[in-house]
Design a protein. Structure first.
Lengths: 158, 158
DNA sequence: GTATGAAATTTTAAGGTTGAAATATATCCG
DNA sequence: CGGATATATTTCAACCTTAAAATTTCATAC
């Protein structure tokens, strides 16, 4: 035995503290998600996963491969298959083959998809602003900064 | 027309700022959840929702009604039905009727359930500590405080 | 060119999730 | 008492989600 576990050495009781933080992050995101989901349903008759995919596609006018979408949204490949399928059926997205690689589909928003997303995005932004309205501007910025650093560290570390 | 929209008056461009924050919260929680889910599966052959229910039950030695569980975990009633069903099948939870009200079931951990949860909780706490390890202690505390306030405001407002 | 392995995607099975409808029980009030 | 209303829960259909297996296509090395 060379030393106590690192975690115990770092400081008082960090594990408990971080666990509490994690629970708070989880609850906050679930509270917000629940409201957004419900509003997307009642006002636009759509779902959060569909909105997420539209949102990803909207930032990529040149289109995205299926795997780009799943990587960006942090969901599995098979998951995206079904959602895109329904978006295509509904006329909001299109899929074409990429020249030179018949494995890859390129998914794009259709004009109808762009239009539908624009309306949703506008409402979505208002809702989020409302739901997070109790956070003072500076705290929001600080929080975002901390989480950004966290996410950056993720790629390298974990 | 009396005034510009409140959001625009409060300060520069708060909506965008809060939207960014929301996206970061969402991504952070998805990143962490993905790891926890994968580890619960490989090391304990269970799922995050099951773990969540066990965790809720563990804090309530006297047992919980189905609706207590769903309210606490922020999920729907019907959802809990299925998860508890499987926990009971696996011998980790028990359901009994409450005297005087035959609508209500009281769900409790069995001894096997307590034991299984204890092992998982210990690992879970270590994992979270590891995954959030890149956050300095003071930032973690600040973040938790902000989120706590946010959650408190929730009940009153929104 | 042809085997071999890598890459992109879909399929499949199991389970999670919701909102709404259905069921069962309790309570309240005239 | 008996009907109306409220509460606790389950059922249902549709969709989301994952991990793993299967499929298709590509790239590389003989």
């Amino acid at each position: 035995m060379v030393s106590a576990p690192l975690a115990s050495v770092r400081s008082g009781a960090p594990a408990k503290e971080r666990l509490r933080l994690w629970i708070r992050i989880l609850r906050a995101s679930r509270l917000i998600e629940a409201v957004l989901r419900e509003r997307l349903k009642t006002r636009f008759d759509t779902t959060l996963p569909r909105f997420d995919v539209l949102s990803a596609l909207d930032r990529a006018p040149e289109g995205m491969a299926m795997s780009d979408i799943s990587r960006f949204l942090l969901v599995s490949n098979g998951n995206v298959t079904g959602i895109v399928e329904r978006l295509v059926t509904d006329g909001l997205a299109s899929r074409t083959k990429r020249d030179g690689d018949r494995r890859t589909s390129i998914i794009k928003l259709t004009p109808a998809g762009k239009e539908a997303f624009a309306a949703m995005a506008e409402a979505h932004e208002r809702w989020v602003d409302e739901l997070l309205g109790s956070l003072p501007e500076d705290e929001a910025r600080a929080l975002a900064g901390t989480l950004k650093t966290f996410e950056s560290n993720w790629e390298g570390g974990v």
